[in-house]
Design a protein around this ligand. Structure first.
Ligand SMILES: [Zn+2]
Length: 153
């Protein structure tokens, strides 16, 4: 299933290729202090693929706090937060905000909550490497392959 999403103004857009074998989409309301203030509700699947396209990179604010291991990509124009990345052993993982999906039947969402307060750094990174989206591309609009890893031809 291909899911399209974007921030409110459209500066940050993405396509999420969700595995058909997992029709339900977990939607976790995160209990961290940032997500409480932003209403962040996240999903991920280790077999999903995420392609992000940014129109104006100067209008994307990268925000990190706490352990500094996750980066919230905030649209500086409209304030939406479509995705979060975490670099683990030189690999980029991501989760996406279901509130920025476009045209997805809300009955597919399996709502829950998550609170990782008190989790130590090592278990946090190990959990992300297991559960977060592992195939992540972020590019400028018009050249989505720009930052793609080299492919064997
Ligand atoms: Zn925006």
């Amino acid at each position: 299933m291909l899911i399209n999403g974007k921030c409110h103004c459209g500066n940050i857009a993405f396509t999420l290729d969700w595995p058909d074998a997992s029709p339900e989409i977990p939607a976790r309301a995160c209990g961290c202090s940032f997500c409480v203030k932003h209403g962040g509700v996240w999903t991920s699947n280790p077999k999903a693929r995420l392609a992000v396209s940014v129109r104006d990179a100067a209008l994307v604010s990268a925000y990190a706090f706490g352990t500094q291991t996750a980066t919230f990509h905030v649209c500086a124009r409209c304030g939406a937060v479509p995705f979060v990345t975490s670099e683990i052993d030189n690999h980029r993982y991501a989760v996406v905000n279901v509130n920025t999906f476009e045209g997805v039947d809300p009955s597919l969402f399996r709502h829950g909550s998550a609170d990782f307060e008190g989790e130590d750094r090592a278990s946090r990174l190990a959990r992300r490497a297991r559960n977060w989206i592992a195939d992540v591309r972020v590019g400028e609009a018009g050249s989505p392959e720009k930052s793609a890893p080299a492919k064997t031809r």
